[in-house]
Design a protein around this ligand. Structure first.
Ligand code: HEM
Length: 180
């Protein structure tokens, strides 16, 4: 009897340090995680040490929200969208900010205008009726923003579906030629 109890005690003693080691490990891990994120925020003002990739560009915007970032307010970042993808182009403020040559592209998904050159009339994501070549042109511009060292993708814009009976935007007379 005494031997069984002694054995039990021994077993308990053996188990105890294991459990506390595990809980200590968990507490340690929690601190490491906390320091990782807090440290990142304090040093880089980003929770992920400045990492920008497919795990961080998960924001969604409605068109009205996107409008708030059209470069008119110098205190805010500048966003633009092309065919649904939203990019932060704040570092291109000279182009997209107020008075910039491409200010009309900021705060909106103007995919159509990129390939038609209708910078007044085609500031829309409506790509219906575009040629294969023009659609390739849009893909080209997306790549431009994706690969640009100063810009980065931050999410997607949530467009309302275009009603089937909505008229396709007409060609404009003021079209700017494609970049030479
Ligand atoms: C459909 C027509 C056009 C579109 C959509 C377009 C769009 C753009 C965009 C998005 C940029 C990049 C700005 C940045 O760095 O973020 C750019 C740059 C530039 N664009 Fe245009 N552009 C067009 C036509 C033209 C034309 C006709 C010219 C000249 C006659 C021109 C001259 C330039 C120059 C010089 C730059 C800066 C240099 C460079 O990045 O190559 N663009 N354009």
């Amino acid at each position: 009897m005494a031997t069984t109890e002694a054995k039990k005690k021994q077993q308990q003693q053996q188990q105890q340090p294991k459990t506390s080691l595990l809980s200590q490990g968990l507490i340690g891990l929690t601190w490491i995680i906390l320091f990782f994120f807090l440290g990142s925020y304090l040093i880089t003002e980003s929770w992920t040490w400045g990492y920008r990739g497919k795990w961080t560009n998960i924001n969604t915007y409605i068109p009205q929200e996107l409008r708030l970032y059209d470069g008119s307010d110098p205190a805010k970042p500048i966003y633009l969208a092309i065919d649904g993808d939203v990019y932060d182009v704040t570092l291109g403020g000279g182009w997209y900010g107020k008075g910039g040559s491409y200010h009309h592209f900021a705060g909106v998904d103007a995919a159509r205008a990129y390939v038609t050159g209708c910078f007044q009339d085609h500031l829309t994501h409506d790509t219906r009726g575009l040629t294969e070549e023009q659609l390739k042109g849009i893909a080209h511009w997306k790549k431009f923003y994706d690969r640009h060292h100063k810009y980065h993708k931050i999410g997607r814009v949530l467009h309302e579906p275009i009603p089937e009976d909505a008229p396709i935007p007409k060609p404009c007379k003021t079209a700017v030629g494609q970049k030479p």
